[in-house]
Design a protein around this ligand. Sequence first.
Ligand code: FNR
Length: 400
Amino acid sequence: MTTTRRQALIATASLAIGAVLPFRAGAFVFPPEVLQDKYPADPSFDAAVSLSDLEAIAHRRLDAMSEAYIDGAAGDEITLRWNREAYDKIKILPRVLHDVSVVDTRTTVLGIPLDFPILLGPTALHKLAHPDGELATARAAASAHALMGLSTMSSTTLEDVAAASNSPKWFQLYVQKDKGFTAELVQRAVKSGYKALVVTVDTPTEGARNRQQRAGFHLPPGVDLANLRGLKTASGRAPGTEREVFENILPDKLTWKEIEWLQSLSSLPVLLKGILNPEDAALAVKQGVAGVIVSNHGARNLDTVPATIEALPRITDRVAGRITVLVDGGVRRGTDVLKALARGANAVLVGRPIFYGLSAAGEAGVVKMLGILRKEFEMAMALSGRTRISEIVPEVIWKE
Ligand code: FNR
């Protein structure tokens, strides 16, 4: 039997997963279309050893407009910088002479068993980075045993993504002005087997995404907002940019009343994405949602809000274990995952790194990205003397 380069890539990328520990080896059979080399991996893909290596490849391969869309943030991109700097400033205080021969990264989030606490965050338009778009991401999630969040603004329909792999998936919901359309989206997500609704609550309007504006961002040919087909802007056209969606389709009146309405639409657990203020976290508990995601939307909305890792402890303190707390924004290293868990998060999500993996090598690239992060997290646990998720306590962090 001959092995295509793509098969070899996915096999190598999968090997990175579980190499440290006795984890389940990925035993997935990939459908034939995935194995076609229609968009070959970057020649330096095999040599990539960190997420920043994958990012460097993506910067070479992405067109300028897509790069500005993916990497850009709001205003002067101060929060974008803070999201990273805040992780870098946190020091780890290790324990030694603990038996770390077996490190167990398994956890459970909203009843879903996970091999490791790193999720693929909901991000729009994966086809900007690879022609297979969200299908590649969904297959990668399955082979890496990861949970995938799918954006309302995906470039592939939620039904096709659900059918692409058997990994557990959550649907990220941008509530629309058209309540009927919103309810329909929820029903489609339920029918397709999504396991939770992630309601993004930090985008009542668009942020000043200057980098994106300067690049004149628009949907390139062949890429559309697949879940929103049928929705029209005031001019009667389908929305061609994210800005048109934010301006014409999303309500600026999203309140707790609408959250209650969404909870009544299905039995899916509801997570609120975009919580930074402990007061809002307290209201979320009161509202009976299943969880919150501490997020500043990857610094894409309101510049100069705090880094999420900085906002996190105030929220975990306030929530006090009553609901699930996740965090995203700037997670690029296994040590970042350790720090987020030490500050009380149940798991983390990554956004931009998905695009870096996709751009470098499609499905294999996302598998490799997750494999690197997971392995680094295992190393961080072992080197800090922690062998289970429950041992990642606040004392893991150095106090000045
Ligand atoms: C996003 N994000 C996002 N969030 C969301 O709720 N719905 C969406 O459609 C999108 N789309 C999107 C596109 C792109 C290109 C990016 C980079 C981000 C935000 C995303 O879910 C997450 O909050 C951040 O990306 C996390 O920060 P990092 O990991 O990118 O630093």
